[in-house]
Design a binder for this molecule. Structure first.
Ligand SMILES: [Cu+2]
Length: 139
């Protein structure tokens, strides 16, 4: 019986030694700073994301029709004198492009930005004057 216990203890110690031997190098490499991965994203356009500024005001959306790429953003800036509420269609629910709605009017000088994360076509309008329209196409 004693012999069996000694054999079991030896096997356990041997196993512990093997485990320690194989786990130590991993611990050492873990403390080494890993190189920062760059350019590993896939499916993202290689061109840098851009921001398109659309001025809004008495003359409507300027420019009225915008085409941009996934990852780009749009920034509505109220350059007019009255409140302007840019939003995606359809009026009044704004469900075409969720998030493309500041949920409030932009006063003179205010701005609202939105980043497009998927290809979509967004009809846009001034929620305070739905006859003022434009469109955004995201490729
Ligand atoms: Cu609306």
């Amino acid at each position: 019986m004693k012999t069996l216990i000694v054999v079991v203890v030896i096997i356990l110690l041997a196993g512990l030694g093997v485990w320690y031997f194989y786990s130590s190098p991993a611990t050492e490499t873990g403390s080494t700073p890993l190189p920062t991965p760059t350019g590993t994203q896939t499916g993202v356009p290689t061109t840098a994301a851009k921001e398109v500024v659309v001025n809004v005001g008495e003359t409507g959306f300027l420019p009225k029709d915008v085409t941009l790429n996934v990852g780009d953003s749009i920034k509505f800036v109220n350059v007019g004198t009255k409140a302007f509420w840019p939003a995606s269609g359809p009026h009044p629910v704004h469900t075409a492009c969720p998030g493309l709605d500041p949920k409030k009017a932009l006063d003179k000088g205010d701005a609202f930005s939105f980043v497009f994360s998927q290809a979509e076509t967004c009809p846009i309008h001034n929620h305070l004057d739905p006859s003022t329209t434009g469109s955004i196409t995201v490729k």
